[in-house]
Design a protein around this ligand. Sequence first.
Ligand SMILES: Nc1ncnc2c1ncn2[C@@H]1O[C@H](COP(=O)(O)OP(=O)(O)OP(=O)(O)O)[C@@H](O)[C@H]1O
Ligand SMILES: Cc1ncc(COP(=O)(O)O)c(N)n1
Length: 265
Amino acid sequence: MTQPVTVLTIAGSDSGGGAGLQADLKAFALNGVFGTSVVTVLTAQNSAEIRAIEKVPAAFVQSQLDAVLADLPVAAVKTGMLASEETVRTVAANVARLPNLVVDPVLVSSDGAKLFPSTVDRAYVEGLFPHAAVITPNIREATILTGREIRTDDDLAAAATDLGRTGARCVVVKGGGRPGGEAVDAVWHDGTVRFLRSPWVATRNNHGTGCTFAATTAALLARRVPVQDALDEAKRYVQAAIERGAAWQIGAGHGPLGWPTAEDH
Ligand SMILES: Nc1ncnc2c1ncn2[C@@H]1O[C@H](COP(=O)(O)OP(=O)(O)OP(=O)(O)O)[C@@H](O)[C@H]1O
Ligand SMILES: Cc1ncc(COP(=O)(O)O)c(N)n1
């Protein structure tokens, strides 16, 4: 019998279920891999807001990592909200044991507010990006990390190129937050830039889009899909998941993504 490959998310819990490790485990299952999770932070969150954040001590993040890696054959890893310099550096100290590392640097809340001090940004750049197979900042995170104002596709491409200098093997700057007819992301890989494009879905149910994109990419890398194909498929998957959940009414704020079937993407 064919065994599923195992993937790990190192991420925060979203009590509202739409983002964080809850979104990652959903994306893992729907993309055919077995998901494990190291919890970095608990959030008191719903579809409208993050009300409070309680950090898991870095030493306990390490204990969870040791437990998972001692037993389970992890083939790819996704990181989400790490929330403190100490936790970023703890994960960074383990990179040799973290294959196919997809780093989604969660630095800002959906309303654009910076969630953590700049020491966290620096720890990502110094400790995690140089070891990442893919990094996936959104526009606001790329602005913080590069100091660039990002408005056009050329700005997205320039930011992706800047971030390529951090040592990450591949960079995706997600333009999902931009109003317009298309959802455009810039991909830097091997010194060249290309764009991922999909039709913009008009819905408030976009909570967890970033987590879902990165988790799906990690699932596909674990299944040995080449990175550029994995990004194309992750983009199709997110698009289909947004379409599937677009008419749901779960929560008064930004609702979750839906469950696409294989035929949808
Ligand atoms: N309404 C939408 N329609 C189509 N694609 C979208 C939409 N919103 C986001 N995407 C796509 O989803 C992926 C995730 O991007 P996004 O920029 O939303 O991530 P994020 O900013 O980390 O998430 P969030 O905005 O929820 O914090 C990208 O490929 C983006 O283009
Ligand atoms: C615990 C946690 N992790 C990550 C996000 C960002 O989610 P996204 O950018 O995918 O909407 C979140 N809101 N909560």
